[in-house]
Design a protein around this ligand. Structure first.
Ligand code: DQA
Length: 142
């Protein structure tokens, strides 16, 4: 099982960006937890972070043949990127949408996900565990 993990814009700032909302862990610490959990699940991961919509689409395209599943935190693109939505749909990647915070309980603009309709599952509000649960789903244990 090969899982492509993509972190969207501003997630490189984890640890110092709104820690009361996104937690104190840095992106490096989050990625270390993902790699450790993936190893335990016997899942291979490729992990990327990008601040650019087009680059995320290029990463999806370049890794689509390798990936059996996608775990994506589209960050702010969640709320308006029809381009990323279309890429996930077009590449027919089984996908789990992930958020550190609970977007359903935040500002009105964050409550909308244009990515959700092309994903099999949505995990949110559990910090790093949102990602780990998405990996569990990919590995078939959830
Ligand atoms: C986020 C929620 C988004 O609304 C926000 O723009 C992010 C992070 C989350 O993980 O909670 O950058 O996707």
């Amino acid at each position: 099982m090969n899982v492509l993990v993509i972190h969207g814009p501003n997630l490189h700032l984890l640890g110092k960006r709104r820690p009361e909302i996104y937690g104190k862990a840095t992106l490096a610490q989050l990625n270390a937890a993902l790699r450790e959990h993936a190893a335990w699940l016997k899942v291979k991961v490729r992990i990327f972070q990008s601040n650019c919509e087009g680059e995320i689409i290029d990463l999806l395209t370049a890794n689509a043949a390798w990936a059996d599943a996608l775990v994506i935190n589209p960050a702010a693109y969640t709320h308006y990127s029809y381009a990323i939505r279309d890429a996930i749909e077009a590449l027919e990647l089984p996908a789990a949408e992930v958020h550190l915070s609970d977007i359903s309980k935040r500002e009105p603009f964050r409550r909308i996900s244009v990515i959700k309709p092309v994903c099999q599952a949505q995990f949110m509000g559990e910090g790093i565990f949102s990602y780990l649960k998405a990996l569990d789903l990919c590995a078939g244990i959830r």
